[in-house]
Design a protein around this ligand. Structure first.
Ligand code: CAA
Length: 284
């Protein structure tokens, strides 16, 4: 199973990060989004992050140019699918949207092409079930910021083949990441452990136990977390946190995963964290 050409669907925070590491690792990468404006923004972010790596002397100017030279863009799933050996979907956490994309890719890609999803909580088995190649569907869950974070949580669906798992494990190492296999289950391991901590931190604010600053100080200084849970929630996106908590709550039917009412209220108010300019903190 030789992977040379990779397509990444979605140029948002995760998609542009995945395209960045794939191109830097020497793969030929096509980034796909719905508009030229979105693709321009994504390429702008990749260029900015590569420039930052040059200024920190992690890569050379020549590495940066070579990486950018391996990146192309497209607005058509049907056009890029036949060319790709691996397609990594990184669009919003919306099952209906992912379903449509997986069905389109399944129809247009060669039978041997692997379809991966960067989903942070949607069932890989369910996504695989909308295709005619469930053995070639797998989760590749990256972490933000993708160029920095070492982990790829590799999620095996019920029918993911050993051969596909082995190819994706090797690819993650080629990306200079550390692959960790997990089975398909709500929130996988990462978000099953992370989101209850974030939710509990929000309950601490909701119940007046501490201010966001104080809760975050406790976890940064007492537990050596690089960011406190509320700063991290803003960074991830409060809407994303709420979606994942709902997946856990519905998946396990256990009240311990119930989203804090303050989180629900903030999302209703459009306070989504960094991306909206305010959340538990202001980002004017
Ligand atoms: N691209 C490339 N490099 C980047 C970068 C990016 N987008 N963002 C940061 N960096 C680099 C910086 O250049 C810097 O490099 P040096 O160490 O060589 O100086 C390094 O990363 C650290 O950055 P900063 O000095 O700017 O800031 P920092 O020390 O505060 O670290 C951080 C920033 C890496 C984000 C750190 O705060 C951190 O690790 N936070 C936790 C992040 C986390 O938990 N992410 C997972 C979220 S969950 C998720 O993504 C998945 C999900 O399903 C919800």
């Amino acid at each position: 199973m030789s992977i040379q050409k990779i397509a990444v669907i979605g140029g948002g925070t995760m998609g542009n990060g995945i395209a960045h590491v794939a191109a830097m690792a020497g793969f030929s990468v096509t980034l796909v989004d719905i508009s030229d404006a979105a693709l321009e923004r994504a390429l702008g972010t990749i260029t900015k992050n590569l420039t930052r790596m040059v200024s920190k002397e992690k890569i050379t100017e020549a590495d940066k140019e070579a990486t950018l030279g391996r990146l192309t863009t497209s607005t058509s799933l049907e056009a890029i699918a036949p060319e790709a050996d691996l397609i990594i979907e990184a669009v919003n956490e919306n099952f209906e949207l992912k379903k449509k994309i997986f069905q389109t890719l399944d129809a247009a890609a060669r039978p041997e092409t692997i379809l991966a999803s960067n989903t942070s909580s949607i069932s890989i088995t369910k996504l695989a079930g909308v295709t005619k190649r469930p053995d070639k569907v797998i989760g590749m869950h990256f972490f933000n910021p993708v160029p920095v974070m070492k982990l790829v949580e590799i999620v095996r669906g019920l029918e993911t083949s050993d051969e596909v798992y082995a190819a994706i494990e090797q690819l993650s190492r080629d990306f200079k990441k550390v692959p960790v296999p997990v089975n398909d289950s709500p929130g996988f391991v990462s978000n099953r452990v992370l989101m209850p901590m974030i939710n509990e931190a929000i309950f601490c604010v909701y119940e007046g136990v501490g201010t966001p600053e104080h809760v975050d100080e406790v976890m940064k200084l007492g537990m050596a977390h690089p960011m406190g849970p509320l700063r991290l929630a803003d960074f991830i996106g409060l809407d994303v946190c709420l979606d994942i908590l709902n997946v856990l709550y519905e998946g396990f039917r256990d009240p311990k995963y119930r989203p804090c009412p303050l989180l629900v209220k903030m999302v209703d108010a459009g306070k989504l964290g960094d991306k909206s300019g305010s959340g538990f903190y202001d980002y004017a």
